[in-house]
Design a protein around this ligand. Structure first.
Ligand code: MOS
Length: 752
């Protein structure tokens, strides 16, 4: 592999793999030395109310305490413009430590910096806080909860009705359908629980800040931090070469990072803050809970005539956040002529929610794809057949065709691999001793996004190249794919190319989120490589000492580290060496054109799941998963597969384990550690077979590659719920699916 140039599409191991498994990769919290001072957060112990006393006398007397900020000594920070498109966004959109108001349990109410972590923590414990407490709003899933309508959901109105005939009465269309199902589904609040908790080291050199910070968005965090501190963007550099998981919670700036930067400037010392596992649960975002009602009306032949999807999602008093569960699924996933979606928020006293892997699609596809199974049952139609009857070639909401959609092939491949044709239409038909066995399936989807990005390619005089972009690799394989694309474009072996990312001083790129890094950054890498080759060709063909002297530009080729024109050739670096240069470089940007007006871009997929449910204990084991994905062209079969299985495992956690619970009295998150917040471990994960259609989407970008980061999680929870129904005859509509919930509804209460 080491010497291969043409590696695109192949299974290439992570180029950063060795650094990671040997512990050589340096994460934000690994920044040491340089006389670093340590910070600790003081957090509210009530869920709602105000601070009546905040006595810091004892804490400030503790030797080694360097600074203590609270609403009584407020840090001077500025709220940002909060505009995603400008790359400017805060996780929690209210300045910290500015007043005595408490809006959630665990709200940061103080920030201590000391010579050591131990002293900072001890000082925090010495601060005496008194509160005036009000009952927090915590309950949201029960009838009668107070709701508000958000101004927008995914840039669309909160309530949206589309009928095939304009002005038709949607309610009457739904009512008049031959076969109807209605069901309500619940997904709880969830947390990202990245292995690496949030960490920051803030260091000033005169008026310039270097921020070692967990970051999926180098330029976004740079701009946001600059605004928060009231300094120019050029004065902030965000550095983060490695992340131990992000899943959306490391895109925005969270306040501890800004407090560290502020304190470091005040104290003229580098300041480090590492969020504890428990603190990540209320400091760094979560996925909202959702309560979703699906109403489907179909003709007897299984064509859905009308679909209504209403969503109540949780938000927070401190920051409004909308999890667009219906707007990003039901409006266009199936070919349904009459659709209505509506969204409301229940505003709770919790920390700010944020993006979490496929925000919207993940809870939305659980509800939609569970309801499709329920409709299939009502119709007496095979669940897969029902999906095929309502297959959409056109995006009826955007009124354009879907681009290179091969979902049908995903259904076929997945069904064949799992043995779908052998599945009984009735539940509870297959047993293995005490285990009931069931098969379920569900569709997956995630939009194909692309945003402007740039990259730089440098060819060095030693014959190696460096490709750089301020993008990120949050475990996605970006280092590897950038290396592959640059190597192929330059005609260099893989081991002669090195990728640089995770630094805002590199050429700007979009957020490593929205599954769009490959689609956005790789065209820029290709453009920069092409530009570099033009420069090199110009040098060579003008150089009297080059064998290529006088060759025409369009004759010049690059392969195997050589520049050639017909039979004439020499190593690329020879051209640079003779020119007396250390390196030759080119930087280019790439942005989508107006293709988004002509096509609707999505990645698609289908999950097929086998579960075994123990008839006596209700234990649920997922025994097999097949995931067939249409992500356009696959650039690296190994890292793409890793993305899908990572997403699928997230979906298994959602289906069977993950749930963040709030104490009804205090609004404290009581599941704030990995002992209480369960995620799948290896023993919970069955073999996962991943198929790709691997057909380029050339409408989308020159590489034909759409996104793969998020789609893997979408639909998994529905596929598991559908399989649990098939095994047991019990339909569980609220996640996670636990033995108790199965027994609650089991035909015989003593056993499933
Ligand atoms: Mo993802 S939730 O766009 O990091």
């Amino acid at each position: 592999m080491a010497n291969e140039t043409n590696t695109l599409g192949k299974s290439v191991s992570r180029v950063d793999g060795r650094l990671k498994v040997t512990g050589a990769a340096r994460y934000a919290a690994d920044q040491t030395g340089r006389n670093i001072a340590h910070a600790w957060l003081i957090k509210s112990r009530i869920g709602r109310g105000r601070i009546t006393a905040f006595d810091t006398a004892e804490a400030e007397k503790l030797p080694g305490v360097l600074g203590l900020w609270s609403h009584k000594k407020a840090p001077r920070l500025f709220l940002t413009g909060d505009n995603f498109m400008d790359g400017n966004i805060l996780g929690e959109k209210a300045l910290p430590l500015q007043n005595d108001q408490i809006l959630y349990h665990g709200q940061t109410i103080g920030f201590v910096v000391a010579e050591s972590l131990e002293i900072a923590r001890q000082a925090a414990g010495l601060v005496r806080v008194r509160y005036e407490e009000k009952p927090p709003v915590v309950a949201w899933e029960k009838p009668g909860v107070k709701t508000v309508e958000p101004a927008q959901v995914d840039f669309q109105p909160a309530k949206l009705t589309r009928t095939a005939e304009s002005g038709a009465d949607f309610a009457a269309l739904l009512d008049g359908a031959e076969v109807k199902v209605e069901a309500t589904y619940l997904t709880p609040l969830q947390h990202h629980v990245a292995m690496e908790p949030h960490a920051t080291v803030a260091e000033w050199d005169d008026d310039r800040l270097t921020l070692h910070n967990c970051s999926q968005w180098m330029t976004g965090q740079q701009r946001t931090m600059a605004e928060v501190l009231g300094i120019p963007s050029e004065c902030v550099r965000v550095v983060c070469p490695f992340l131990g998981g992000g899943f959306g919670c490391k895109a925005t700036i969270w306040w501890p990072a800004a407090l560290a930067a502020f304190a470091a400037r005040e104290l003229k010392r580098a300041v480090k803050i590492v969020t504890t596992r428990e603190q990540t649960f209320n400091t760094n975002g979560h996925r909202p809970g959702t309560l979703q009602t699906l109403q489907l009306g179909a003709s007897k032949d299984g064509r859905i005539q009308a679909l209504r999807h209403t969503v109540l999602s949780t938000s927070s008093e401190i920051t409004e956040f909308v999890e667009p569960a219906a707007h990003r699924t039901s409006v266009n996933f199936y070919s349904v002529p009459n659709v209505e979606v509506a969204h409301k928020l229940a505003v709770l006293n919790v920390g700010a929610p944020t993006w979490m892997r496929a925000p919207g699609e993940t809870p939305g596809m659980f509800a939609l794809e569970s309801a499709m199974d329920e409709l299939a049952l009502a119709l007496g139609t095979d669940p897969l057949e029902l999906r095929l009857r309502n297959y959409a070639e056109q995006d009826l909401q955007k009124k354009v065709p879907f681009s290179f959609k091969h979902l049908r092939e995903c259904y076929e491949k997945g069904a064949a691999a799992i043995g779908w044709s052998e599945r009984s239409p009735e539940p509870r038909q297959k047993r293995d001793g005490d285990w009931l066995i069931g098969l379920g399936m569900a569709s997956a989807c995630y939009p194909g996004y692309r945003m402007p990005s740039s990259a730089r390619v440098r060819l060095l005089a030693d014959g190696t190249a460096v490709v750089g972009s301020a993008t990120h690799d949050l475990g996605t394989g970006m280092y590897t794919i950038m290396t592959q694309v640059a190597a192929e474009a330059l005609g260099l072996p893989l081991d002669k190319v090195r990728a640089e990312l995770g630094d805002s001083s590199l050429p700007p790129a979009t957020v490593a989120g929205g599954s769009m890094s490959t689609a956005s950054v790789m065209p820029a890498v290709q453009a920069a490589a092409a530009s570099l080759k033009r420069k090199l060709a110009a040098l060579a063909t003008r150089d009297p000492k080059s064998p290529l002297k006088g060759a025409k530009a369009d004759e010049v080729q690059f392969a195997d580290g050589q520049i050639s024109a017909g039979e004439r050739r020499e190593p690329m670096q020879a051209v640079i060496g003779r020119a007396g240069l250390a390196a030759l470089e080119a930087t280019e940007s790439s942005a989508p054109g107006d293709e988004g007006k002509k096509y609707s871009f999505y990645s698609y997929g289908a999950h097929f799941v086998e579960v075994k449910v123990h008839a006596l204990t209700g234990e649920i084991r997922v025994s097999r998963i097949v995931s067939a994905m249409d992500i356009g062209r696959v650039l690296n079969a190994k890292t793409a597969r890793s993305q899908v299985i990572g997403g699928v495992i997230g979906g298994l956690g959602m289906a069977l384990m993950e749930e963040s619970l709030l104490d009804p009295k205090t609004a404290r998150i009581v599941t704030a550690d990995l002992g209480a917040y369960h995620v799948p471990v290896n023993a919970d994960v069955p073999p996962i077979e991943v198929f790709f259609t691997d057909k380029p989407d050339l409408n989308f970008n020159p590489l034909g590659a759409r996104g793969v980061g998020e789609i893997g999680i979408t639909g998994v929870a529905a596929a598991v719920a559908n399989a649990v129904w098939h095994a047991t005859g019990v339909r569980v509509r609220d996640l996670p699916i636990t033995p108790e919930k199965i027994f609650e509804q089991a035909p015989a209460r003593a056993a499933v």
